[in-house]
Design a protein around this ligand. Structure first.
Ligand code: TMP
Ligand code: ZN
Length: 426
């Protein structure tokens, strides 16, 4: 898909030459119904340098569809992955809660599956090696596969061997040849990035040992709707999974979902375990979640259309609140520069007239500007020195930790604004 572009300060009406999906990426049916358009949007992790600010910025449509056959929620437009994942500015290890989370995942794997010492664990989309470092601490042999060389280099520096590649059948075969089959293949926050789910799943099956386990973590579509987390929609996230569509996909490749657990991370995710069918019978959690998805209307278009209405109402409410505070002379900044913050800022058109800047703990992002609305990204020390009146919590998924960390700011009268599920000052 070709992007349309927007010159600095000017909107381009140039029509884009885009590749639009007409068939569902899981079931292949032509039963996609569009229910939400977040408008032409820049790429959520495309933080710009000062130099890039002077050049036109690529914009892509951000339209969300529901497949009435298999229930997969998905984006209609596919941005070439090379445009998003070759240099990556997100570092898993930049967020303390994620470091703890991945220590928990490593412990969970060891407890449930008792892989032998030296057993091979392949992490696809291994980012800076945060998870594999933990797996290696349990005596397992880690191998990362990561397309972004800049974050892969951080992992290598931590002692995590990393192949720079997009995972596919060729990579799976190379790993089997050089390292043997994997006891576990792990893909956290990466399955939703994959356009060719069939090719990816087939390659996982090739890589897995007979008794191996495939573990994925994906944001859960049920949590996204329940908590109005519309900002987790951006071009990297092609699919928004429920248990039912995932089970249908895996079954076609001879894998059975044996367990699912719900997680707090990223506003609510699921950890899904899939194994060859001779593994123990699936836990009750699997059928219970599918039953819940059915009972709560996740198989009907109407549910998604209502979500879209609520998203628009939320935008109006949030913008109203910010404008009101601004009119009272308040100084407001953004707290965190997560990718999802860029969906929120662009969809709500919140820019430099409302926020002075955003702060973030990721060194790669410092000195850059947020895509679309071009807010400068500064280190968190600036926030502590500056003490603005309000901080719009763009990294709302870490609310608990951040409110605790910024106790002094709050004690001195500083306030946080939670954007979702209802704008609230705390
Ligand atoms: P994520 O929600 O996709 O993990 O991204 C969170 C972003 O927020 C990431 O860029 C790191 C940043 N962050 C902070 O700036 N301060 C914090 O205290 C935490 C936990 C994250
Ligand atoms: Zn489908």
């Amino acid at each position: 898909m070709m992007p349309s572009t927007r010159a600095p300060g000017r909107r381009s009406n140039r029509k884009s030459n885009r590749g639009v999906l007409s068939r569902c990426r899981i079931c292949g049916c032509q039963t996609l119904e569009k229910f939400l358009s977040l408008g032409p949007s820049p790429l959520a992790n495309n933080f710009l340098t000062a130099e890039q600010l002077r050049r036109p910025e690529p914009y892509f449509p951000l339209d969300v569809c529901f497949c009435t056959t298999c229930w997969l929620v998905q984006l209609a437009d596919v941005v070439p992955p090379e445009a998003m994942f070759t240099e990556y500015l997100y570092l898993t290890g930049a967020s303390q809660p994620m470091r703890l989370h991945f220590a928990g995942l490593a412990a969970d794997l060891v407890e449930r599956f008792s892989p032998p010492r030296g057993g091979l664990i392949v992490d696809i989309g291994s980012n800076d090696g945060t998870f594999l470092e933990q797996a290696q601490a349990h005596g397992l042999r880690g191998l990362g596969v990561e397309p972004a060389a800049n974050v892969g280099a951080v992992a290598q520096g931590r002692g995590v061997e990393t192949f720079t590649a997009f995972f596919n059948m060729e990579v799976a075969e190379r790993i089997v040849r050089e390292k043997g089959p994997a006891r576990a293949v792990v893909a956290t926050n990466v399955f939703a990035h994959v356009h060719d789910l069939d090719g990816f799943t087939a390659a996982v099956v090739r890589l897995l040992a007979e008794d191996g386990v495939f573990v994925i973590e994906v944001p859960y579509v049920v949590d996204m709707l329940d908590r109005l987390e519309f900002d987790t929609i951006y071009h990297e996230h092609l699919s928004y999974f429920g248990v039912r569509p995932l089970s249908l996909l895996f079954e076609r490749f001879g894998l059975q979902v044996t367990h699912v657990s719900r997680l707090k991370v990223h506003g609510g995710s699921i950890r899904v375990y899939a194994q060859r069918p001779r593994a123990p019978a699936p836990s009750r959690a699997v059928s219970e979640l599918v039953a819940k998805e059915t009972a709560q209307g996740f198989g009907t278009l109407d549910t998604y259309e209502r979500f879209a209405q609520r998203v628009k109402a939320l935008r109006d409410e949030l913008v109203g609140l910010l404008r009101q505070l601004k009119a009272q002379g308040a100084r407001i900044v953004g707290y965190g520069a997560p990718a999802k913050g860029n969906t929120l800022l662009n969809f709500c058109k919140i820019g430099t007239e409302i926020l002075d800047y955003v702060i973030d703990t990721t060194p790669f992002k410092h000195g850059r500007y947020t895509p679309g609305v071009h807010l400068p990204v500064l280190p968190e020390t600036r926030f502590q020195a500056d003490r603005p009146d309000y901080a719009l919590l763009l990294a709302w998924n870490y609310a608990e930790e951040i409110l605790k960390k910024e106790g002094v700011y709050r004690a001195q009268g500083g306030k946080f604004i939670m954007p979702i599920p209802h704008p609230a000052v705390i």
